[in-house]
Design a protein around this ligand. Structure first.
Ligand SMILES: [Zn+2]
Length: 332
């Protein structure tokens, strides 16, 4: 079983004989991009130049076009593959399965010539992610430590809406998060009927347009670089501005600020400054969610991803101890 899956020193997830997910590997002809987060697009340029083909969902392809420019993916042989559509590659079959994470995220299932089912979960939140039964699983380990259990079951969406509404009574509100999750926060506010202008910088705007094209409803967005956008930002609201977490310093520093992050376990919302809050909206499973996935998938072997951030060694140990299933973290 161990020869059928692995994780390379550079973060490539190996499934079967041909597939490398989420990082480049020179020996693997088929590169899969499970979603458009940067730690899953490693060595993409090399893959485009050297792999026989690259496979991703249509939404992931559109998101990469928005983030990297429309010419970038044209360097290689890119194939869009819908969820559940089988793709034969030599003597193996591959399928992408839905994962609840950011738009376009896929789990990857490879079935080899011997009928062994080999799965990479990629990043996922268990809530709406269908569990895939497999013999071997490679799994994310972001919250792989037993201390990473969310101790609250408050409705985070409602909490977020009321926090933003409180802020809007005082003036503008700035929301900081990551691509994909920012758009989730827009959708939550739009669905809750928050109808102030949403102001966004260019990259967030492009990603948002792709999300809308793939069915998300985000409301009316205004570019921060247009005359109207600039005037509104100067005018002092009310509006909600959405920025990438990387711009947290230097943007909207005096305004009411909400940072949306998954790394919160004790409470759903925490005040960190006079007008600044951290909200625990995660697009990853907590420790219990990871274990539950393994339990329901019933694999013979679990490899935890020790390349990306998280607690892969501890998770492997807990899977062995609590579920009695063979597990190890890779790379060692
Ligand atoms: Zn991710």
């Amino acid at each position: 079983m161990l020869s059928k899956a692995g994780v390379s020193e550079r973060g490539a997830i190996f499934l079967g004989k041909y597939v490398a997910c989420d990082a480049f590997n020179e020996e693997r002809p088929l590169r899969i991009v499970t979603h458009a987060h940067s730690d899953h697009m490693l060595g993409l340029r090399q893959s485009l130049m050297r792999c026989e083909s690259l496979v991703m969902t249509p939404a992931t392809k559109d998101l990469i076009d928005a983030l990297m420019g429309p010419l970038f993916l044209m360097m290689g042989n890119v194939k869009s593959l819908d969820y559940n559509e089988p793709l034969n590659f030599r003597d193996e079959t591959l399928q992408l399965r839905y994962a609840d994470h950011i738009l376009g995220t896929a789990q990857v299932l490879v079935e080899d010539a011997e009928g062994t089912r080999i799965l990479y979960t990629s990043d996922f939140r268990l809530r709406d992610t269908p569990v895939v039964e497999a013999d071997v699983i490679v799994m994310e380990a972001t919250y792989g430590n037993p201390s990473r259990i969310r101790k609250f079951d408050d409705n985070i969406e409602d909490l977020f809406v009321s926090l933003v509404e409180t802020g809007l009574k005082q003036g503008p509100v700035f929301v900081f998060s990551y691509h994909g999750k920012l758009q989730q926060t827009m959708q939550i506010l739009h669905e809750a009927g928050v109808r102030v202008p949403f102001i966004v910088p260019e990259k967030v705007f492009h990603v948002s347009k792709i999300c809308e094209r793939h069915g998300m409803r985000l409301g009316r967005l205004l570019l921060s670089t247009t005359e109207l956008g600039k005037a509104m930002l100067d005018d002092g609201g009310p509006f909600v501005a959405f920025y990438h977490m990387g711009s947290r310093k230097g943007v909207g520093e005096k305004a009411f600020r909400v940072c949306v992050s998954g790394w919160e376990f004790a409470s759903a919302c925490r005040k960190i400054g006079e007008k600044e809050y951290i909200l625990a909206l995660s697009d990853h499973s907590d420790f219990n969610g990871l274990l539950r996935y393994v339990k329901e998938s019933r694999p013979k072997l679990v490899i935890t991803d020790n390349f990306r951030s998280g607690d892969a060694e501890v998770l492997a140990q807990e899977i062995r101890k609590r579920l009695g299933i063979n597990s190890l973290s890779l790379p060692c």
